[in-house]
Design a binder for this molecule. Structure first.
Ligand code: FAD
Length: 356
């Protein structure tokens, strides 16, 4: 058996995907290990805007989706909360991550409410007093969280990766084996929604949940998420700041809808719903919100949750064994779990190498 210090020496790793999952994994590999080479292959990189590339379209804030039973997802979210908190405290400008007050509201008092698992993780967690609730809500919680400007954060991750010696390549591949060259030892697949169709992976558990956003002028430093008792489950009501006098209003959650066209009627409803809950979204000197843009992205959902595992394959072309690792299927939680899931896939990779 190899010692943990040497198993990674001289390894050449290809990361497929330059979304938040691939960039976080690729940067963390270089931060953790000396003497490895990491090469990032993707069709889309930070700065690109395409309906096929989810990460730039996210809100994005940390609002854990993990239920009180989902221990693995809790761990990913916990690690990421602590990581983002540190970045927000020390590098807010470069990373685009800011500390905010997060509010979660319920239209009706939930019958079976138990405090979420992150009660002891998030700073200043508490229940809201009646006078702090919007008119349309009977119950709510608040805590300190973070909001992330996706464009700024993705660029920060890419710059960090390159500054540590990482290399990049534009490529649109149709089979995962195309990532393998004669020098490759390991491939980490962070292909998001494309894991559904990428040959050699073709994961039929992966599906899209279309999300639409409206970007408006607003200098809020808080975020909210409103739960209606009954209502259309594909229409959500939330808002969060992006810095630079912008806020993001959401949204939609449309399972198996792959359209990336903007639905203007849905956008109007989003604005109306958000203003009904928090009229103070409106800047003091304005009577209606100034729309700065719209966004549509496909959340890479997966039945069974995020796929993090690894398998050995034999490359006949190069006559060697290659370790293929997977880190995809983050759904609506790709940012909030990014650091924890990257750490986990790297640990899984090291365990496989040690067992070799
Ligand atoms: P992607 O960002 O899609 O990246 C995939 C990468 O793989 C790309 O670089 C692509 O080019 C590359 N790739 C794939 N296949 C190939 C191929 N065959 N050849 C070459 N390159 C390939 N998450 C949160 O945590 N908080 C939020 O508040 C939040 N809000 C959201 C709001 C909306 C409207 C949406 C749509 C999503 C939101 N999310 C949020 C979810 C989050 O955006 C995703 O989970 C995350 O971006 C997924 O990142 P990824 O890196 O896995 O995939």
């Amino acid at each position: 058996m190899f010692s943990p210090l040497t198993i990674m020496l001289n390894k050449r790793i290809v990361v497929l995907g330059a979304g938040v999952s691939g960039l976080t994994t690729a940067s963390l590999l270089l931060q953790q290990e000396k003497g490895i080479k990491v090469h990032l292959i993707a069709k889309h990189f930070p700065g690109d805007l395409s309906g096929e590339y989810t990460s730039p379209w996210a809100g994005a804030h940390w609002k854990s989706h993990a239920t009180n039973d989902e221990i693995r997802q809790q761990e990913f979210d916990r690690e990421t909360y602590n990581h983002f908190w540190k970045l927000a405290k020390t590098q807010q400008n470069e990373t685009g991550i800011m500390i905010i007050d997060e509010f979660e509201y319920w239209e009706n008092i939930p019958q079976d409410f138990s405090d979420p698992w992150f009660k002891t993780l998030c700073h200043e967690y508490r229940h809201l007093k009646k006078e702090e609730l919007p008119k349309s809500a009977e119950f709510g919680i608040t805590y300190k969280s973070v909001s992330i400007n996706p464009q700024t954060y993705l660029k920060y991750l890419l710059d960090t990766f390159i500054s540590m010696g990482g290399t990049t390549q534009y490529a649109d591949i149709s089979h995962i084996n195309e990532c393998i060259k004669s020098e490759t030892d390991i491939v980490i697949n962070c292909s998001g929604i494309h894991a559904r169709t990428l040959k050699g992976v073709e994961d039929s558990n992966v599906y899209a949940a279309r999300g639409q956003l409206v970007i408006v002028q607003s200098n809020i430093n808080w975020a909210f998420f409103y739960r209606e008792k009954a209502g259309n489950k594909s229409e959500l009501t939330y808002a969060m700041p992006r810095g630079d006098d912008e806020a993001v209003l959401g949204g939609t959650y449309e399972e198996n809808n792959y359209s990336t066209d903007i639905d203007h009627d849905a956008a109007t409803r989003i604005i109306q719903r958000c203003l009904a809950v928090r009229p103070d979204l409106l800047p003091k000197d304005q009577t209606q919100l100034t729309i700065k843009g719209y966004g549509v992205g496909l959340r890479p959902c997966r039945k069974g949750g995020i796929r993090i595992d690894a398998e050995w394959i034999t490359s006949e072309e190069f006559d060697k064994k290659i370790l293929i690792c997977h880190n995809y299927g983050h759904g609506g939680a790709g940012y909030e779990s990014s650091y924890g899931s990257a750490k986990h896939v790297i640990n899984v990779m090291k365990e496989m190498l040690q067992m070799q």
